[in-house]
Design a protein. Structure first.
Length: 276
């Protein structure tokens, strides 16, 4: 139960970190609505607090000095630069230094995902889900940026990056509300790429998940076979011991024969299990 709770918390941490990293990265490079920088600052503050708790918890289990040396990005990812700059110091969200700090933090957060989510990270690597997730992130980022550059100034429904990413997300998920449609040929091409990519992403995630489940079933089957083999071996030893004890007693020859017969059947059963 404790392990399940730990994995659930890791998934929660990774989700928050990913959202924060994506928002910091895109807000540093692309235009957002002025009011939404405030929302991004609050998301960054929440993610920073979550990461601080996660790192403190891990430092309790390890030597703090050694841990901090290995995890150099600790001091970067736990500082909410956007919240401090906008809400405390009163700086503009368009400040170049703030955008640069957010960009550096977004990169550092990528390393933090592996540091606070080791169990989930190991599962993703073993199940090959990393390919599907990486493909999804790459398509989401590149398509949204390209669509904005192609449609901004031409499409009245695309006035900022948020409109672009909204279009790409609903296209990839095949929802298609129809509130934003491409006006340019290049915008339509991006939409086609996003639609086709959605099929590939779904196939990759499904295949990776199925493969992971089959590996789990195979591992459990191997463990069961090993336990059965050990049980059979111990049972054979007990039967051999009984056979030796009754070998010199003529009045129980029948029992001895039955034991030998039983031993023969167990050997056959063992061979069948080993073949499987």
């Amino acid at each position: 139960m404790n392990r399940r709770i730990e994995i659930f918390l890791e998934i929660l941490f990774i989700s928050v970190i990913f959202i924060d990293a994506f928002l910091l990265l895109t807000s540093s490079l692309m235009p957002f609505r002025a009011g939404n920088f405030q929302n991004i600052a609050y998301v960054d503050l929440f993610a920073s607090l979550i990461l601080l708790l996660a790192y403190i918890n891990q430092m309790r289990k390890n030597d703090p000095k050694i841990y901090l040396k290995k995890n150099w990005n600790f001091l970067i990812v736990v500082i909410p630069f956007s919240f401090i700059a906008i809400n405390i110091l009163g700086f503009s969200p368009d400040l170049f230094i703030l955008k640069l700090l957010n960009l550096v933090k977004a990169i550092a957060l990528v390393f933090a995902i592996r540091q606070v989510g080791k169990n989930v990270d190991n599962f993703v690597e073993k199940s090959r889900l990393v390919y599907g997730v990486s493909f999804f992130i790459a398509i989401l980022l590149t398509s949204s940026i390209a669509f904005y550059l192609a449609e901004n100034g031409i499409n009245p429904n695309v006035t900022n990056y948020e409109d672009s990413i909204w279009y790409v997300i609903q296209t990839i998920t095949t929802v298609g509300y129809g509130d934003i449609v491409p006006y340019t040929q290049f915008g339509r091409l991006i939409g086609v790429i996003a639609m086709i990519s959605a099929i590939g992403i779904t196939s990759l995630l499904t295949a990776a998940t199925t493969s992971s489940l089959l590996d789990k079933v195979r591992q459990e089957s191997d463990k069961l076979s090993k336990r059965n083999a050990v049980f059979m071996k111990n049972l054979e030893k007990k039967i051999d011991k009984i056979s030796e004890e009754v070998a010199d007693r003529k009045d129980i020859d029948v029992l001895n024969q039955e034991l030998k017969k039983l031993k023969s059947e167990i050997i056959e059963l063992k061979e069948i299990i080993e073949k499987k």
